[in-house]
Each structure stands twice: as structure tokens, then as C-alpha cells.
Design a protein around this ligand. Structure first.
Ligand code: BES
Ligand code: MN
Ligand code: ZN
Length: 492
């Protein structure tokens, strides 16, 4: 059951909930709207802040017992010296939702002084993110033994009517992110290319989108030898799925979102080490991000035409698998020499980026868990951003910033191209260890054609192997927020 959200014009003191969360920036002060609550608590809030027991540092939390009336408990959450208040609210809200689940508070109130509409939106996004869990594959704990999950949250606002639209927008984004995280978390034996296709079809039928699906035979007809070379090692049917959302004017060029959908990446014949290989179920986070974004964009009814394309398959070693040294021909005609079968994502994307030309795109943005090198360079904090159209790069960076999914631009200079020149064919699929993320992006660029294009390497940001405070380890929902913010801003 997803978290139920509401906005209410109500004094915090009058809120009958097991937990009230108050998010405060640094330096913490008692906000005027909490005076009544403070009185009800015999001045405990004011004293706690006055004594500097709680300072409002980022991620700081302090738990107080409530009074006889009103909220049973109060949780203060620090926002730090908020340079971007809505994003600080989102983070505090996610921490609050996680804390509520630990306490077994089924219902919470959430308030932050001076929260504007964007703050309300981001509070909703944060509450949904923090309450998200993947329990589908766990035997349910009997109700009398488990702590109550967080079921509903009320966001306190000065103007309920004005906040309703912001709440709906936050819910749309949150639902898109939850969808992406669920797909990402699903193991490779369940989240297959067929399953991704089925999920895409469900999104399409819910929102009346057009769907195109290509299987192995269709890809053969289109001479997608690059994508097919990855898929030749698995008996699973590979799937290229395109969803078309028409929120703009007829004939307006669409924005095309492209996602890498490796339902599992063993590395193929160039097999990966066993240690940590299970994380390669997350190698479809680009595709999950595209599907999550399409869900959110359709819910938001953004006034723009948007196409989402995913390429789904599984990279396996087998008797039929591609081998190092093999040369394959992409749909674009380019001959690719396979140096390392573990550099498979770019092989799938090559044919997707060529396919995207059919839509005459205004812009193409792809997202892919493409290189371990990107994780080495930027960790879990920033996605690697590449593109030759500087205006589009700036637009994507700004969208990521608004969404709290920062990106960092890396160069796409021709100087690096030498590293992927092939002796046998036109281009090699691996340039070795140095500048690994850049050579991967340069490889993609070969297949992009005329349209403005940006590549996001989300290998480090789409999931985390450690707890991130606001989110647990596992999938983060990146790049849904970036895609949605990009499309929303472009639509005006
Ligand atoms: N899916 C991986 C990249 C990856 C690594 C994502 C770690 C998330 C965490 C990709 O398919 C891959 O294996 N890339 C290789 C490329 C190399 C063989 C040129 C890599 O990064 O090692
Ligand atoms: Mn790989
Ligand atoms: Zn991969």
C-alpha cells in the first residue's frame, strides 16, 4: 500500500497523530506557527532549541515526547543551512518517513516553517521516497508482531487549496520514482525483458500512450546487429519498447528518453568476478528510470510530446554468446569490434540511439548504468553528464540540480577517440581502463546523428551499496527526477 498523503490548514498543536515531524533549518529557532504546540508541551520545544540541544544541522534528529493532547511525539529534523529549501525539505521528509517506520507510527504530520508550494511538492516526494520499501519477496510478518508501517501523512500548509496542485505533482514524481525503484529492486529472474515490456504496456494502457515493441525477429529486420550481439547469449527474447506520450501539439518534435535495460549483466564471456555480481540486477536502472519518468510525466499531464525507449536484455556467457574479437554491424552500418563482452550497455544503446532518429527528436537524453569508471570518478553523489550540445548539457545539469540528482559534466573531446579506434572494424567497444566513462560516451556519440543529445552515466547514482541516510541501500529512483524536471521546464 503506497503512503496516503494530504495537505491541511491545521495548527500543529491540534493534530492528533502518533508523530509530528518539524523540519527546521540551521540555526534552529522556534517558528511562530509552533508557539501553541510549545505551550501545550510546557515550553519543551523552545527550551530544547534554546539550549541548543537541537541545532538544525543537516540530518540531525531529536525526538520529544508529546503532551496529553495533540501529537503523541514530536520529531525535529535538521535541514542544515539550506541553500535550496525545497530539496532540504525533501531530504528531511525522507528521513522523517524512515524514522516513522522505525517507531511504528502509522500516521504522521509534517511541517516546516515558511514552506512554499515547491516545498510542499518536495515534502511529498521525500515522504514517498522515505516510506518506500520492497517487501514483495518477504514472508509477511503477522500484524501483532510487526511495527505498524507508515500509512498516511498530513502536510501542514497555510493554504490548503493552493497546496493541492503541489501535492499532486509531488505524488506523480514520487510514484514514478517508486515504480523505478521497484523494477530495479526486482531480481533478474523476475524482472526480465518480458516483464519490463509488460510493465511498459501497463503504463501505456493506464495513460493511453502508444506502444511499439520489437523482439528478436523485428530487430533482425532492422539490422540491429549491435543490440542483438548482446542478446545472442540468452534464450530470453530481447525487447525494445517505445512509449509515446502526446501532451504537446501535433507535429511538435518530441523529447526522447532512452534507457539501458540490462536485466542482468554477468559480463558475458568476459565474465565479472563473483564478488558483488548480484548488484548487476540494477543494470536496468536506466530503463526503469525511463518507465518511471513516463509514468510521472503522464500523471503530471505535461504539455509536451515525450517518447520513452528502453532496450531490455540479459548479458550471459553461453555457447551462443558473443566473443572478444568478434565484429558486429550496428543498424547505423558501423562495424564494431568486440574487445570486452562486459562493455555491453553501449552495444544496446548504439542501436537505440540510431532508432531514436525515426522520431525526429528535439533532444535525446539517455541514462545508463554504463561504467564502473564513473563510480570511481563521482561515487554515489553525481551522475556523469556528457554531450556535444552545450545548451542541452546545461539544461540537463539544471534539471538534475532542481531534482536533487546532481550531475557533473565530463569532456567528450575527440582527443579520446583514438582509444576506441579498431584495427579490424570501425570502432572498438572498449578503450581500456583510462578515461573509461569518456570513451564509453564517445562510443555512443558515434550513433547519435544530428539531434542534440546528452548521455547520463548513472552507474553510481541509480543505486547504492551503502545506506544514504535519506534512503536505504538499494535503488534511489535516479534519473526519474532529472527527466521529469527537464521535461516540465521545457514545456514551460
Ligand atoms: N553495467 C556495467 C557498469 C557498472 C559497473 C555499473 C559497476 C554499475 C556498477 C557495464 O556494463 C560494464 O560492465 N562496464 C565495464 C566496461 C569495461 C569492460 C570497458 C566496466 O565499467 O568495467
Ligand atoms: Mn557490463
Ligand atoms: Zn552493464
Amino acid at each position: 500500500m503506497p503512503l496516503k498523503l494530504a495537505v491541511r490548514e491545521r495548527d500543529a498543536a491540534a493534530l492528533d497523530v502518533p508523530l509530528l515531524v518539524v523540519a527546521l533549518p540551521k540555526p534552529a529557532e522556534l517558528p511562530a506557527e509552533l508557539r501553541a504546540l510549545d505551550d501545550q508541551l510546557g515550553g519543551a520545544l523552545g527550551r530544547t532549541i534554546g539550549r541548543r540541544d537541537f541545532r538544525g544541522d543537516r540530518d540531525e534528529t531529536l525526538h520529544l515526547s508529546g503532551g496529553a493532547k495533540g501529537p503523541a511525539r514530536v520529531l525535529l529534523v535538521g535541514m542544515g543551512k539550506a541553500t535550496d529549501a525545497p530539496l532540504a525539505i525533501k531530504r528531511a521528509a525522507a528521513i522523517a518517513a524512515r524514522q516513522a517506520a522505525r517507531l511504528g507510527a502509522g500516521e504522521i504530520g509534517f511541517t516546516s516553517p515558511g514552506m512554499d508550494e515547491r516545498g510542499v511538492e518536495q515534502a511529498a516526494v521525500g515522504l514517498l521516497a522515505g516510506s518506500w520499501e520492497y517487501r514483495d519477496l518477504k514472508t509477511p510478518v503477522p500484524a501483532d508482531e510487526r511495527r505498524e508501517p507508515l500509512q498516511s501523512a498530513v502536510i501542514l500548509v497555510p493554504d490548503e487549496k493552493a497546496a493541492r496542485g503541489a501535492l499532486a505533482a509531488g505524488e506523480a514524481i514520487g510514484e514514478g520514482q517508486s515504480l523505478a525503484r521497484r523494477l530495479a529492486m526486482m531480481p533478474g529472474n523476475l524482472c526480465t525483458p518480458d516483464f519490463l515490456e509488460q510493465t511498459a504496456r501497463e503504463i501505456a494502457s493506464r495513460h493511453k500512450l502508444d506502444v511499439t515493441v520489437l523482439g528478436r525477429a523485428d530487430m533482425e529486420k532492422r539490422k540491429m546487429g549491435s543490440f542483438l550481439s548482446v542478446a545472442q547469449g540468452t534464450p530470453q527474447e530481447p525487447k525494445l519498447v517505445a512509449l509515446e506520450y502526446r501532451g504537446g501539439r501535433k507535429g511538435d518534435k518530441p523529447v526522447v528518453l532512452v534507457g539501458k535495460g540490462l536485466c542482468f549483466d554477468t559480463g558475458g564471456i568476459s565474465i565479472k568476478p563473483a564478488q558483488g555480481m548480484e548488484h548487476m540486477k540494477f543494470d536496468m536502472c536506466g530503463a526503469a528510470g525511463v518507465l518511471g519518468a513516463m509514468e510521472a510525466i503522464a500523471r503530471l499531464q505535461v504539455e509536451m510530446n515525450v517518447v520513452g525507449i528502453i532496450g531490455a536484455t540479459t548479458n550471459m556467457p553461453s555457447g551462443t554468446a558473443i566473443k572478444p574479437g568478434d565484429v558486429v554491424q550496428a543498424a547505423s552500418g558501423t562495424f564494431i569490434e568486440i574487445i570486452n563482452t562486459d562493455a555491453e550497455g553501449r552495444l544496446v544503446l548504439a542501436d537505440l540511439l540510431h532508432f531514436a532518429k525515426d522520431y525526429d527528436p528535439a533532444a535525446v537524453i539517455d541514462a545508463a548504468t554504463l561504467t564502473g569508471a564513473c563510480v570511481v570518478a563521482l561515487g554515489n553523489t553525481a551522475s556523469g553528464i556528457f554531450g556535444s550540445d552545450e545548451a542541452l548539457v546545461a539544461e540537463v545539469l539544471a534539471a538534475g540540480k532542481r531534482a536533487g540528482e546532481p550531475g557533473w559534466q565530463l569532456p567528450l573531446w575527440d582527443d579520446y577517440k583514438e582509444l576506441i579506434r579498431s584495427d579490424t572494424g570501425d570502432i572498438k567497444n572498449s578503450g581500456g581502463r583510462s578515461a573509461g566513462s569518456i570513451t564509453a560516451a564517445l562510443f555512443l556519440k558515434e550513433f547519435t546523428g544530428e539531434y542534440p543529445w546528452v548521455h547520463m552515466d548513472i552507474a553510481g547514482t541509480a543505486y547504492s551499496e551503502t545506506d544514504l541516510v535519506a534512503l536505504p541501500k538499494g535503488p534511489t529512483g535516479v534519473p526519474v527526477g532529472t527527466f521529469v524536471e527537464f521535461v516540465r521546464r521545457r514545456a514551460g
